[in-house]
Design a protein around this ligand. Structure first.
Ligand SMILES: C[S@@+](CC[C@H](N)C(=O)[O-])C[C@H]1O[C@@H](n2cnc3c(N)ncnc32)[C@H](O)[C@@H]1O
Ligand SMILES: O=[N+]([O-])c1ccc2c(c1)CN[C@@H](CO)C2
Length: 279
């Protein structure tokens, strides 16, 4: 109770979202990259490593022939670029987005080839191999990526209009990709579903959504002592949220973490990959 009045549902929503935003003030991009995007989770010599699985899903989804257009938006990019390594070959305009300036600055560091940026070379080489190209084509891919990433924008999926007005052409993006964002920024399942709806407002009807997320995760570490709560999801909840937001599911696949991929930085049990179409 606040001042003797029962808090309305809306106030509860505002408080939950504000609490999540507060958690993210301590997000440490370098630590996050170290925890999740280096071996064993990013071990390209292991068929059962998480990152090669994600890159394989993205490669297949982008190269089946039904996805295309001008604009690809990545929602909640964080400090990572792997999400668009396949998509960058299909779209003339790739928009990266994140809630935090520290992450947007980390992305710019790589795009501008500045000192101290994360080394995405193994990822570029792996995706070139998936594309049937020589791994030595990784520099071409890096050049392509740098040429099509036109903006790195602030975003808030809890706002009905998550991006600055005018950021996208009127019909919306041709394709959205988002990974580990919605469930790790929402206080509960209802908020996750609402945020999916807000995000979908960025996508044109008939456009495609590629969504990667955590299953059964209740927290993750975003730096030493920085523990961020996560909405624990199961596949059925993901499918229900998609349906409630007007998506037709095209494909859902899941990955179950082997014991040695559980490295103490979260309690995630599985990963889902969704390809869906906005009806
Ligand atoms: C778990 S990280 C995911 C990063 C990256 N997409 C990946 O695949 O690893 C979640 C990201 O969501 C961002 N975020 C936090 N609050 C957000 C909000 N309200 N709207 C959009 N993104 C938000 C964080 O800054 C962080 O970069
Ligand atoms: O194994 N991974 O590739 C990987 C990458 C990113 C993340 C996870 C696992 C699990 N936790 C989420 C935050 O909710 C972030």
């Amino acid at each position: 109770m606040d001042g003797g009045r029962a808090k309305g549902k809306d106030q509860g929503v505002v408080d939950g979202v504000a609490a999540m935003a507060h958690c993210y003030q301590e997000f440490n991009p370098k630590a996050y990259l170290q925890y999740n995007y280096t071996p064993p989770r990013a071990d390209f010599s292991r068929a059962d490593s998480i990152v090669p699985w994600k890159l394989g899903c993205l490669h297949r989804a982008f190269t089946e022939g039904d996805v295309g257009g001008e604009t690809l938006v990545d929602v909640g990019s964080g400090p990572t670029l792997y999400q668009v390594l396949s998509g960058c070959e299909l779209f003339g305009r790739v928009v990266l987005t994140d809630f935090l300036d520290v992450n947007r600055r980390e992305l710019r560091r790589w795009l501008r080839e500045e000192e101290g940026s994360f080394d995405w070379t193994p990822y570029l080489k792996h995706v070139c191999k998936l594309e049937g190209r020589s791994p030595s084509a990784w520099q071409e891919k890096a050049t392509r990526l740098r040429s099509v990433v036109t903006e790195i924008l602030p975003i808030d999926v809890h706002q009905p209009l998550p991006l600055p007005l005018g950021a996208l052409p009127t019909p919306g993006a041709d394709c959205l990709v988002s990974s580990f964002c919605l469930e790790s920024v929402s206080p509960d399942l209802a908020s996750f579903t609402r945020a999916l709806g807000h995000m979908s407002g960025l996508l044109k009807p008939g456009g495609h959504l590629l969504l990667i997320g955590a299953l059964g995760e209740s927290y993750y570490m975003a730096g030493p002592g920085v523990r961020i709560p996560v909405v624990p999801l199961d596949e059925a909840q993901v499918c229900t949220s998609l349906r409630e937001n007007g998506y037709a599911l095209i494909h859902l696949s899941t990955y179950t973490l082997p014991p040695d991929m559980r490295v103490g930085v979260d309690d995630v049990s599985g990963i889902f990959f969704v390809k869906a179409k906005k009806m």
